[in-house]
Every structure is written in structure tokens, then in C-alpha cells.
Design a protein around this ligand. Structure first.
Ligand code: SF4
Length: 361
């Protein structure tokens, strides 16, 4: 391992099942020709690389591109991000989902300003100690921005390497995960580790697809055990997904006599933390003590672990006095006109509810 240190899972190469130098050379050659032109590629700025890596988690590159450009225009430096208002940060993230990523980016930026003079640390361990930066992101930043010979293992890399090994066990944990780490660490332990890591990620994103890997186009085919033994799409075994939990809620579209709407901000931690919305309550709870009218059919909204069904109701209060009681997870309440709500960071679910509200005029 190089100057950046490395993940604690890094292991030696004694039992390596493939020719790492030859595969590394093939990956680098392929990446030099076939990599997609993306705005964060070739960025010399470690901050830009960090932002892109966080945005790319669970999100496709094509979706990330416009967000990345806008983000870098709004928060061009670590210091600018650290000094920004959380509402502006969440607004810039609006629509990307997994909002804890945006909040953690800002928390980490503030830590970097406070503890590292505003400069992103170079060492893997220092990076991994920052909020929201796990082993993958630390490895990606350390290798791409600083040339540290450390692996960066995301879901794509796990699948590619799992296929190279024809892994028959879960590669996200236990012995399967360790076997992937051995190979990824060996591949990164040479020249241009950032390019090698990105080649593996790119291969997973563009060639070694989950269901239909394009093996004839793959630079790693000569070393791929899954291809050699049969249908490579069968490797590594997929984990069964847990069914999302069904949750029902009522969304309150409450107006005052001036047409202002009651909106609430969620606490910073937790699902959709820091975002504004029409308050949601359990179906049997009361938010304001007036009669309600239905506001159209229920809306469905899917989160990773929750299948939410929201029934919107309308209510008009005589005086804008806010909710009758404390309603979790909300920490702030405002009466705002429609235009002012457009200036707030809101979730995709709230956008749907606003559309419903607009339809009622
Ligand atoms: S040969 Fe096929 S299965 Fe193996 S790494 Fe390449 S694309 Fe994936």
C-alpha cells in the first residue's frame, strides 16, 4: 500500500487466483479508450472527485451529470459548502434522493474546514473518519485524487470481481467479500490505481451488466472464471431483496383564509431529513381541529425499505396557528404562499402533493 494508507480489510496477494499485473494492464488500456466523458473525469480537484463519488452512490452517471455541474457552480470549494445554509444544500440535492448524503457532505466540509485547514486530507484513514465517507468513498478519493494504491469497492466492482472469481457465495459479506477485497487490493497495488479502480467501476456500469454481461467486449474476459464455467450472469449469487414495509399516512393540505399553506420541516436526521413538506400523520391522527375534505385518490411513493401510501386531505383553518400538538418528525412550521414553497428544499413526494394541491387551485 502507498502513502495514503489503506482499508483495514486489505490483505496480501499470496493466494491470488489470477495474474494481477496482466489484468491491471488490460483494464488500464481498455479504460483509456472506452471510458465515458463525464464532467468529473480528469478533475484535478479532490473536492470535485469527492462530490461526484457521493452523488454516484445509488445513482446513474447520466442523472448525476446536471446535478454535479450545478453543485460545483453553487458550492465551488469545501469552504463554500461549509459556509452554506442547509436549505440551499438540500435544494441543490433535490431529486437525487438519499438526502443524508447531502447533509453528510456539508458536515464533512465543516469538519475539513475546522480540522484540516479547509483542505481535503490525503490519507485513507483521515478520509474514512469524515462524516458520510465509508471505505468505498475513501478508497475512490484516495486513489483517484491522490494516487494511493487502495481499492474502491462499490456494487459494480463487487459484481465484476465476483464474476472474475466465479464466486458462488454472497460477495457483500464474509468469505465472499474478503475474496473480492483480495483481488481488488491487488489490482490497485500498482501504477495508476485511480484509473484501475475506475476501469473496474466503468466495466460494471457499461459492460459487465447485472443480467446481460457483454463478455465479447470485455477486457477482463481472459481472466474471467464465470465466463469460463457457464452463464456468467449467474455469478455472484443475488441476495433476495427484503420486501418494503407497507406504511399508510395522511398528508394535510391545510390553508388559512389568505390561501397560505401549512408546511413543516423534518428533523435533520432520518428519512428525508431537513426537507419541507405538507405534514404527514398516521391515518387515525388529527393535525388541526377542523373538518377535512378528501383531496383526490391516494398517492404511492416507494422508498428503499418502505412502500408509502399517502391519502391527501384538505382543511381550511380560520386562524393560522399551526398544528394542535407536537408532530414527529417535524421541528419547524411555517405558513407560506405557493411561490415561497417553491424556494424550499422539498422531496419528490412533496412535489407530487403540490401537483395535487395545484389541481385544486
Ligand atoms: S467476461 Fe463477462 S462476466 Fe466476466 S467480467 Fe467480463 S463482462 Fe463480466
Amino acid at each position: 500500500m502507498s502513502d495514503g494508507g489503506g482499508p483495514s480489510t486489505a490483505v496480501g496477494r499470496a493466494a491470488l487466483p489470477l495474474d494481477a499485473p496482466a489484468l491491471r494492464a488490460a483494464l488500464r488500456g481498455w479504460y483509456a479508450v472506452h471510458r465515458r466523458a463525464l464532467p468529473w473525469r480528469d478533475a484535478a480537484d479532490p473536492y470535485a472527485i469527492w462530490v461526484s463519488e457521493v452523488m454516484l452512490q445509488q445513482t446513474r452517471a447520466a442523472t448525476v451529470e446536471p446535478y454535479f455541474r450545478r453543485w460545483m457552480a453553487s458550492f465551488p470549494t469545501v469552504a463554500a459548502l461549509a459556509a452554506s445554509h442547509e436549505d440551499d444544500v438540500l435544494s441543490a440535492w433535490q431529486g437525487l434522493g438519499y438526502y443524508s448524503r447531502a447533509r453528510n457532505l456539508q458536515r464533512a466540509a465543516r469538519t475539513i474546514v475546522a480540522d484540516h485547514g479547509g483542505v481535503l486530507p490525503r490519507a485513507y484513514d483521515d478520509l474514512a473518519a469524515l462524516p458520510g465517507i465509508g471505505p468505498y468513498t475513501a478508497g475512490a478519493i484516495a486513489s483517484i485524487a491522490f494516487g494511493a494504491r487502495v481499492p474502491a469497492i462499490d456494487g459494480n466492482v463487487r459484481r465484476v470481481v465476483g464474476r472474475l472469481l466465479a464466486a458462488r457465495t454472497d460477495v457483500a459479506r464474509g468469505a465472499g467479500a474478503r475474496a473480492v477485497e483480495v483481488v481488488a487490493a491487488a489490482l490497485a497495488d500498482g501504477d495508476a490505481p485511480g484509473d484501475v479502480n475506475q476501469a473496474l467501476m466503468e466495466l460494471g456500469a457499461t459492460v459487465c451488466a447485472p443480467r446481460r454481461p457483454a463478455c465479447p467486449r470485455c477486457p477482463a474476459a481472459p481472466w474471467c472464471a464465470a465466463r469460463a464455467v457457464g452463464d456468467p450472469a449467474d455469478f455472484p449469487p443475488r441476495r433476495p431483496r427484503a420486501r418494503p414495509r407497507a406504511v399508510a399516512a395522511v398528508a394535510w393540505l391545510v390553508t388559512d383564509p389568505d390561501g397560505r399553506m401549512l408546511v413543516a420541516r423534518r428533523a435533520s436526521d432520518g428519512l428525508l431529513g431537513g426537507l419541507w413538506e405538507f405534514p404527514l400523520t398516521p391515518p387515525d391522527a388529527t393535525l388541526v381541529d377542523v373538518d377535512t375534505l378528501p383531496a383526490g385518490p391516494a398517492l404511492s411513493h416507494a422508498f428503499t425499505h418502505i412502500a408509502l401510501t399517502v391519502t391527501p386531505v384538505r382543511a381550511q383553518v380560520a386562524v393560522a396557528v399551526g398544528p394542535m400538538r407536537t408532530v414527529e418528525p417535524y421541528v419547524e412550521w411555517r405558513w407560506l404562499n405557493r411561490k415561497m414553497i417553491d424556494g424550499l428544499p422539498v422531496s419528490t413526494l412533496m412535489r407530487k402533493l403540490l401537483g395535487r394541491f395545484d389541481a385544486f387551485g
